[in-house]
Design a binder for this molecule. Sequence first.
Ligand SMILES: Nc1ncnc2c1ncn2[C@@H]1O[C@H](COP(=O)(O)OP(=O)(O)OP(=O)(O)O)[C@@H](O)[C@H]1O
Ligand SMILES: [Mg+2]
Length: 475
Amino acid sequence: MNPPFYFSQSNMTLEQALNWLHMLGQVLDRLGEGVHIIDATGRTIWYNSKMEEMEGMNRQDVIGKAILDVFRFSDVSGSTLLDAIQKGKTTKNIRQTYFNNRGLAITTINNTYPLFLENDVIGAVEIASNVTKVERLQENLFKEPKATYTFEDIITNNSAMREVIEQARRTARTDSSVLIIGETGTGKELLTQSIHQASPRAAGPLISQNCAALPESLIEGLLFGTARGAFTGAIDRPGLIEQANGGTLLLDELNSLDPSLQAKLLRVIQERTLRRVGDTKDRKVDVRILATINEDPLQAVEKGKLRADLYYRLSVVTLLLPPLRDRRDDMPLLIQALIAKYNQLFQLHVKGLSPILQEKILAYDWPGNVRELEHTIQGAMNLVQGEEWLDIIHLPFYLRRKWQIGERPSTTSTIAPSLGDRAFDLRDQVEKYELSYLKEMLASHQGNISATAKALGMTRQNLQYYLKKYSLRDK
Ligand SMILES: Nc1ncnc2c1ncn2[C@@H]1O[C@H](COP(=O)(O)OP(=O)(O)OP(=O)(O)O)[C@@H](O)[C@H]1O
Ligand SMILES: [Mg+2]
């Protein structure tokens, strides 16, 4: 056993220092916050587990590399680390939203600090906190639930979707409970609002609650209400179910609700009565229940996350919203509608997508579905400076990285900006890359357009667009 040591002791041996570092590394990996440390030359020396999870990167791909090589199109988050080593600048509260591999929107708040040894900057650290949960909680607590969407707002060309909408229209007239199944961002909320609006309950309230957003200890009281003295400080208060009386209650992510509460909910549906927490009497309620679930309900039943009796009760009407990747015919229509929406909102005159962006968008799987698509178009339109066509350069950083645009190793050295090159222009870099890649591909296919287009995975027409853009003649 080594003798005990303390970090502050000046005569620490090398072995003790290494041990200390080893332990510190394990501590960093157990933190709930993302940690990214670079040295004074801009190379990553630490990238903890949480950061890997948040940014969807492996640390092997990041550690030891210049951050501008890895995060090629260095935007806000990249440059704050460089600002820290180059200018000794601290940057606080930079908010970023991106979608992880499962399509969930993650919001982080990043703080970046220079690290000093006496008066010299020897590195910098970025600390990213995932605030998604907190934000969702606030949204749920403070959002005035209001049905604003109707069936007319659902944009679709897809036959499966039209069938779902038709079925939803029919069910709107009844009082049956409905189970809506669909991945995140497929329009479940849109559909429930439409059902409520088209139902005889439209004049009544529509209350929605996400079952995953609140701690279990709170949700029972919140849903079913409390009676005075149910627990310390409890007052007589109606829950959301009672507040939805005469209207509709939407229970989002029902599979996250504790099974014992699911049983209580079943009673509300079957007997139309409920009992507040700590109360002795039952109360009558007249509420229509819509529930959403973002996984296969049969699997959820099997895993014990959804009570079978509740499932069978709810599944009388089941509406299944297909993910966007299974209705690619909807993408052009949605893109068009979203561009029109943000043209109006931002006072722009964007006409559409460049051919290469269109190809990328149509080929992508969109794990965050329509929400992610909307987020992407909105973000891209934020970066428009008078251009008429959205292009790759307008994309959010995480998509450019995911689609690995500009990531060809053979040309990396010619286009990777040097660390000191602070004024490097993103647009310039992408165009340089596109041009050199096109030239290379054309040369390797003896200038044959059809063959080159095929190798690039694009249509002849799209290749012609780029040849024109870069004044490369059709030979
Ligand atoms: N078919 C559609 N037409 C127009 N907008 C849509 C369509 N589908 C989804 N959207 C838009 O996408 C966003 C996400 O939709 P919504 O909130 O209904 O998704 P959700 O299925 O409830 O997602 P989550 O499971 O994450 O709560 C909203 O801004 C909504 O207006
Ligand atoms: Mg929703």
